[in-house]
Design a protein around this ligand. Sequence first.
Ligand SMILES: Nc1ncnc2c1ncn2[C@@H]1O[C@H](COP(=O)(O)OP(=O)(O)OP(=O)(O)O)[C@@H](O)[C@H]1O
Ligand SMILES: [Mg+2]
Length: 258
Amino acid sequence: MTPVLKATGVSKAFGGLKAVSAVSIESHAGQILSIIGPNGAGKTTFFNCLSGIYPLDSGTVELGGGRIDGLAPHLVSRAGLSRSFQNIRLFPEMTALQNVQVGRFARSPRQILGTILRTRAWRDRERASLERSEELLAFVGLGDRADSWARALPYGLQRRLEVARALATDPKVLLLDEPGAGMNPQEIVDMMALVKSIARLGVAVVVIEHHMKLVMEISDRIVVLDHGEPIAEGSPDEIRRDPRVVEAYLGRSEEPHG
Ligand SMILES: Nc1ncnc2c1ncn2[C@@H]1O[C@H](COP(=O)(O)OP(=O)(O)OP(=O)(O)O)[C@@H](O)[C@H]1O
Ligand SMILES: [Mg+2]
């Protein structure tokens, strides 16, 4: 099967610190690939490389067969890759619905003339866009909170809104950076169920997550980073038994969170 997203030998250093060293992944439609590793392993930096936030020192990133490395973040987004952030990035003074609609702006170039003239086609597109945003809110479990201010939502729901915002561009690939961070155990279980349902829609999902038990349950494949380097790659069973993984976590008497 051809991967939707293929990163090959991606490297990124900050001064002398090799944050990401020759990391390769393949992400497939309808599957969940998890990236795990101790704090500071380079997981978020790798996402920043994939999503165009940092230029790569070396390596390539292909989406649907075309190169996306070197593209600015909004063009990466338009090519079909979307992401959520480890620290929630919502517009607190907008409603839940408005936050999703803003996410949709990245999707297509604005039709300036249509906007000014309010053509029929423009109105149809706006209506379809509104309906899609409402659908996405319902999908993440916020159907009855469309008009709530983002800042007024409980933290766990803000995290879900962050996922809806990332889905607003109808991405082929979705990168989720610790979607369960700061949530209580039940909220994390619910979030992982949501992640699974996103994959079932046919999206290629790449998720960074610290909660080992859940990672083992939801992942098709797992890549383990340590000090920026890929130290293991495989199915959950293979990863569980891999001595290098046990060493990376337990060798420093640092239990995987969760
Ligand atoms: N913009 C930056 N400038 C300099 N160093 C950075 C920058 N971003 C990240 N780093 C460093 O790169 C390394 C990898 O950081 P990164 O945030 O990617 O790790 P992580 O695996 O996401 O960790 P965590 O689990 O804590 O989120 C760390 O040593 C970090 O301090
Ligand atoms: Mg991180």
